[in-house]
Design a protein around this ligand. Structure first.
Ligand code: ADP
Ligand code: MG
Length: 313
């Protein structure tokens, strides 16, 4: 008996029997093969999560691995793609860690009905998960960071700031803190992403490094400026939720630059205001001529200097 192949089969392959209809060669060979249906294109993204960098060392590994898959699926949401497959490279300190991580991964595959189409399993001094996700999208309909237009409104779907608050509670030892679940259980908003794409929305990003930082990617790629309205931010239910536990400055900082939110930010012409409101999107700003992201209060730019997460700062 080979322990490695036995573990791969028992922990991963046998527990993820789902195969996407487009798959021709699934898990178990040197590679998987998939047919792309006519009129569709393949969307691929990869993400890495490292213990003590992307999740606290003392957080359960099934939760950490589940987060890693959901975070990767959030990138497909931002493109408007339907998730189909994932490929996993997993580095585990020992057999117990591998087993725990497999639980969270299997759970994510079953929840989202994505196929675990292949992987690689190795031992390492640091528990690490790399996940590559693949999805399908009608040709030419990807929502891109470069597609914002001057005078578009800026819309938010999902919560911001709550995950960062949860991480803070965890580090303070409040492991059952009210915000901790927002950090631990990411809900990738691909249903919303698909709905936005179907509405004809052309520009979207998922917020993983903080609202202002990720909004900056849209501004740069689309060669325009983004005005984020402070009054709209203060109206968000998630901001109000934070205010019940933190002071104003801390709450605002979390909402604007907290990170780990996996909410969606999109831009749309004013004509789409009604349909976006019907989707519970929150209007938070406007695209303008110029550059950068600016916080606006009563029509004036507020000097606000907070940065999102930077791995190399
Ligand atoms: P190779 O040596 O050809 O790269 P491996 O021996 O590493 O393949 O893996 C054997 C098979 O098991 C492959 O089909 C691979 O995709 C799959 N596999 C390995 N690790 C995992 C995992 N963690 N989850 C799912 N499938 C895996
Ligand atoms: Mg091989």
């Amino acid at each position: 008996m080979n322990h490695e192949f036995d573990a791969i089969s028992r922990l991963f392959q046998q527990r993820t029997p789902f195969q996407h209809p487009t798959t021709q060669v699934g898990n178990g060979d040197d590679a998987s093969t998939h047919k792309i249906p006519d009129g569709f294109e393949l969307v691929v993204s990869t993400d890495t999560a490292v213990e003590a960098v992307h999740w606290p060392q003392d957080m359960p590994l099934d939760i950490a691995s589940n987060r890693a898959i959901n975070a990767a699926l959030s990138d497909l949401a931002a493109m408007g793609a339907t998730p189909a497959w994932l490929w996993l490279a997993i580095m585990a300190k020992d057999a117990t860690s591998l087993s725990s991580m497999s639980d969270g991964i299997v759970q994510a595959c079953l929840t989202h009905k994505v196929e675990l189409a292949g992987g690689d399993t190795v031992r390492s001094s640091t528990n690490t998960i790399n996940v590559t996700v693949g999805g399908l999208l009608p040709k030419g309909q990807a929502m891109l960071r470069a597609h914002a237009q001057v005078s578009d409104n800026v819309w938010l779907l999902g919560n911001i700031g709550l995950a960062a608050a949860g991480l803070k509670q965890w580090f303070k030892g409040d492991k059952k803190g009210c915000f901790v679940p927002y950090f631990q259980h990411i809900k990738p908003l691909y249903q919303q992403g698909i709905a936005l794409r179907k509405l004809g929305i052309r520009c979207c990003i998922d917020i993983s490094d903080g609202l202002l930082q990720d909004a900056g990617h849209i501004a740069k790629s689309s060669a325009l400026g983004l005005h984020v309205d402070l009054a709209h931010i203060q109206n968000l239910a998630c901001y109000q939720q934070l205010l019940a536990h933190f002071d104003k400055e801390t709450s605002l900082k979390k909402v604007l630059s907290g990170g780990e939110d996996y909410a969606l930010l999109c831009t749309a012409p004013k004509s789409q205001q009604r349909v976006l409101q019907n989707m519970h999107a929150q209007h938070i700003g406007t695209c303008v001529k110029g550059d950068g992201v600016h916080l606006i209060h009563e029509g004036k730019i507020v000097d606000y200097n907070i940065k999102g997460y930077d791995h190399f700062a």
